[in-house]
Design a protein around this ligand. Structure first.
Ligand code: SF4
Length: 190
């Protein structure tokens, strides 16, 4: 099958998030053309702009608030939409999820958030804090250069994975694969 186009010149931050969860997923999406359909529970979990404004109010974020702000990286070819960017000089970036996951299983969400922080940092102004808001649970991270660098490295790894026709064959915990929608076409399970 002819590979899916490489998302013009930029890739979505959400694809890097998927890569951080499992490198096989973005490769399957690009080269095999499979994409997990949205389930009714995913649809229910969608959050709209007014909900995000409520979150900004609840967190007492400094104004101005930019809700659902489209961003594009300068030094890395990424694009995405940041749920909330708050503040004037020292900024806060927030990713809002309508569902809760254990933090030790949420590295991919943290990478997504830090990449938004990375892009905002280089396009709007210095980001001081990044917040993951998961169904009322608040996880605050002070943004450091080391964390931004970790996120940038994941983006570079994603670009590398997507540039290769050779599939990645990651070893993931059996339990994780057992409920993965991509299992039936996954290169790790050929
Ligand atoms: S089945 Fe396992 S290795 Fe394959 S994409 Fe899913 S999580 Fe990754």
């Amino acid at each position: 099958m002819y590979p899916e186009p490489l998302y013009s010149s930029r890739i979505p931050v959400t694809l890097v998030k998927d890569h951080a969860y499992c490198p096989a997923i973005p490769w399957i999406r690009r080269f095999l053309g499979y994409r997990e359909p949205r389930s009714p529970s995913m649809e229910t979990a969608r959050v709209d702009a007014s909900y995000k404004e409520e979150v900004a109010r609840e967190l007492g974020l400094p104004r101005p608030w930019r809700i659902e702000l489209p961003v594009q990286g300068v030094s890395i070819p990424l694009s995405g939409v940041v749920d909330i960017v708050a503040g004037d000089k020292r900024l806060t970036v927030v990713e809002v999820k309508a569902y809760k996951r254990r933090m030790d299983r949420s590295r991919h969400f943290r990478i997504q958030l830090l990449l938004y922080a990375y892009i905002v940092n280089e396009t709007i102004g210095p980001v001081r804090e990044a917040i993951l808001y998961m169904q009322g649970h608040v996880y605050r991270t002070r943004v450091t250069l080391d964390l931004l660098e970790e996120a940038r490295r994941e983006a570079e790894k994603t670009l590398k994975t997507l540039a290769s026709e050779e599939p990645p064959r990651p070893r993931q915990p059996r339990r994780k694969c057992s409920y993965c929608w991509y299992r039936r076409v996954c290169p790790s399970h050929y």
